[in-house]
Design a protein around this ligand. Structure first.
Ligand code: ADP
Length: 158
């Protein structure tokens, strides 16, 4: 059984992430979407909110699970019996960081990283762009699922 882990902050999940997950789910027997509980980053949404958003968005995919991890991704992947890390690539600017992480994870965890190119329509899309637009009162319809849009509106109303 080929198991892959798709890690990220998902703060919040965007249609770009969902596109990678839907396409990735067809390549592996099981795909574990792993929300990073990174103490160094102060997220807009709590871990619980980010997990809930993903679960709501992915209920139609029977071989996709949502989980979370803290600490080393390679340790989490091993515990999940995953042999692959899945990541998405947008512009050239993603490349250097992803190249470094993939090399480090291969060295310390003996695990392969597989990259999927973004769909053209999501090439510009990032969680931080979504947050910036939403925080200024702009409309992010088409960038995120409807329930995420509602959560963003609620967050920024306070
Ligand atoms: P991280 O903080 O680990 O980069 P993100 O939630 O920002 O977490 O992204 C998780 C993964 O999804 C990364 O591999 C990122 O490159 C990819 N990704 C983010 N947005 C898109 C998009 N619009 N299209 C394709 N891949 C994307």
């Amino acid at each position: 059984m080929k198991i892959a882990v798709y890690p990220g902050s998902f703060d919040p999940v965007t249609n770009g992430h969902l596109d990678i997950i839907e396409r990735g789910a067809q390549l592996f027997d099981k795909l574990v979407v792993a929300v990073a509980k990174n103490p160094g980053k102060e997220p807009l949404f709590t871990l619980e909110e980010r997990i809930l958003m993903l679960e709501k968005s992915l209920s139609h995919l029977s071989n996709v699970e949502v989980s979370y991890f803290r600490g080393l991704l390679v340790d989490f992947a091993r515990a999940e019996q995953a042999s692959v890390i899945l990541r998405g690539l947008r512009a050239m600017s993603d490349f250097e960081y992803e190249f470094q992480m993939a090399s480090v994870n291969r060295k310390i965890g003996d695990i392969e990283t597989v990259f999927m190119m973004t769909a053209n329509e999501y090439a510009y899309l990032s969680s931080s762009a979504v947050k910036e637009v939403a925080s200024l009162g702009g409309c992010v319809k088409g960038f995120v699922p409807r329930h995420v849009l509602e959560m963003l509106i609620k967050k920024y109303k306070r």
